[in-house]
Design a protein around this ligand. Sequence first.
Ligand code: NAP
Length: 255
Amino acid sequence: MNDIMNLFSLNGKNAVVTGANTGLGQGICVALAAAGAHVFGVARRSCDETAAKIAAEGGQFTEVRADLSDFAAIDSILEQVHAHADRIDILVNNAGIIKRCDAIDVTPENWDAVDFLNEKMVFFLSQAVAKQWVADKKGGKIINIASMLSFQGGIRVPAYTSSKSAVMGMTKALANEWAKYGINVNAIAPGYMATNNTNQLRQDEDRSEEILARIPAGRWGTPADVGGAAIFLASDAAAYVNGYTLAVDGGWLAR
Ligand code: NAP
């Protein structure tokens, strides 16, 4: 490999990815492992499918069981990872939920569930890992998963839009404070991707057609589509990229 391509290598790095059992999280795990990282996949259920995909390509994967709807998950994740790895180098805050309902009908419970996982846990897991990085002075990479709804309003998902707008804001705020410690905080804003998150949307014929017609690339995205951006932002190639939210959207925002 020539020198410039070495910048993208994740050999010897330990990467923690939340929501690793399926969807975009699985795609990110597979990509980071293919680039050389030992991936620690956090999920509340089995990651067998992700583990098998990574094993098939000779990569390293360790499952970390945790339910991120409980604040205690943070200590548990760190403990489980540190049983196998001396340090975390990369954190990808991918786990997230969406609850579709008219704004007029949103309940406090619905709001809190989305806000807790999509925003509060992203902040406090990042803080817990950053505390280790500030102490050991070796820096690290945080990649948050934002959304088109970090930029736009969306329809029937007000709590989700608020949480993902917060993720983009938080990405900038943390980058401002932590860049001086060699910590790069950035985000990926996926466009409309074919995962569980969009099942309901893709089953609604009118909305589904409307969305597809607006995507310049002419197709929904896939978990593999976010892999390259994740490798880049996790790597030394992104050493001077701070606080940026990179859209991987088939051109949706350019429209
Ligand atoms: P997904 O298939 O529904 O994946 C969501 C992941 O989050 C799953 O692994 C899920 O685990 C996990 N998760 C949910 N609640 C959890 C909890 N309490 N504890 C631990 N893990 C939990 O959807 P996805 O599209 O891959 O979503 C991944 C991220 O991308 C999310 O942040 C989403 O908002 C974002 N995103 C998606 C799209 C899209 O079009 N698909 C677009 C923009 C942004 P379970 O399988 O156990 O539920």
